[in-house]
Design a protein around this ligand. Structure first.
Ligand code: ATR
Length: 268
């Protein structure tokens, strides 16, 4: 019988997750279905209950439900706990396992697809909201030396303090970055949504630096700034595919080859 999965969000019609998971399923010979489901904003728990009752095996969760999914899970992975958010649910009898594959997806994209090892690299993580919390633990575990910078500097310091025991993480405001250089700069802010620039010093990029924007589908002011300053620039499409592959592995126990899927999305 075909095992059923879905991605739940609101809005959800533009999600690339269904074609990604269908390509994974075809490639690995897994008999699954995967659809996009829009949940009412006040009806996430009811939507999940409906899927469980209908025999679904699990689902992905996206904006704005990742925190509700975190609350709903009866068991959480370490990375979901640190993210305080869940993007992957697996239904197992009466249990709901909650995981977060965003950070693993980011690290896999940077290290495997873009070929940049994070071990001992100076990484600047910009932002201290949900997106930054979602990725920080896997960045720490990859062995990077991390500075978190945020418009509201206190939030960056708070985030850094929460992870200081796990690795080297400091927090600051953008005005404290003068004189510093980074090998990898990750934009986890929502500034790009409003086409806002982030006030970075001109000298922020180390030679050969990677500028990574977790957004995809648009050139953000940060990406344009990075290009002007000679950095390598990547958007978040690879992260999207890699976090999906990690979810697929949680559900199916097999790891799809992400490269042809990413190539297909890029050429579409
Ligand atoms: P998300 O889930 O996308 O992380 P969020 O939790 O609302 O959304 O966090 C948004 C992040 O983008 C925050 O770090 C925010 O900075 P503040 O904490 O100072 O608000 C950051 N952000 C949003 N717009 C920004 C802008 N124009 N310039 C710099 N940072 C911005």
């Amino acid at each position: 019988m075909t095992d059923q999965y879905a991605v739940i969000g609101n809005p959800i019609s533009h999600s690339k997750s269904p074609p990604i998971h269908r390509m994974f399923a075809e490639q690995t010979g897994q008999d699954i279905s995967y659809e996009a489901i829009e949940s009412p904003l006040d009806g996430f728990a009811a939507t999940i209950e409906r899927l469980r009752a209908a025999g679904y095996e699990g689902c992905n969760v996206t904006v704005p439900f990742k925190f509700e999914a975190f609350e709903l899970a009866t068991r959480l992975s370490e990375r979901a706990q640190s993210a305080q958010a869940v993007n992957t649910l697996k239904f197992e009898g009466g249990a709901i396992l909650g995981d977060n594959t965003d950070g693993a997806g980011l690290v896999a994209d940077i290290e495997h697809n873009l070929g940049v090892s994070l071990r001992d690299k100076r990484v600047l993580l910009m932002g201290a909201g949900g997106a930054a919390y979602g990725v920080i633990l896997p960045l720490v575990h990859a062995g990077a030396h991390i500075a978190v910078a945020n418009r509201t500097a206190d939030k960056a310091r708070q985030l850094a303090a929460a992870f200081a025991a796990s690795g080297e993480v400091t927090g600051c405001g953008y005005d404290e970055l003068d004189e510093l250089q980074f090998d990898v700069i990750v934009n986890a802010t929502s500034a790009g949504l409003s086409d806002s620039a982030i006030p970075l010093p001109d000298s922020i990029f180390a030679p050969n630096a990677l500028a990574y924007d977790m957004m995809y589908g648009r050139e953000t002011p940060f990406m344009a700034f990075a290009r002007e300053h000679g950095a390598h620039v990547a958007d978040g499409l690879g992260m999207l595919v890699e976090q999906a592959a990690e979810a697929f592995h949680i559900w199916r126990g097999v790891r799809p080859d992400t490269r042809p899927v990413l190539e297909k999305l890029r050429s579409a």
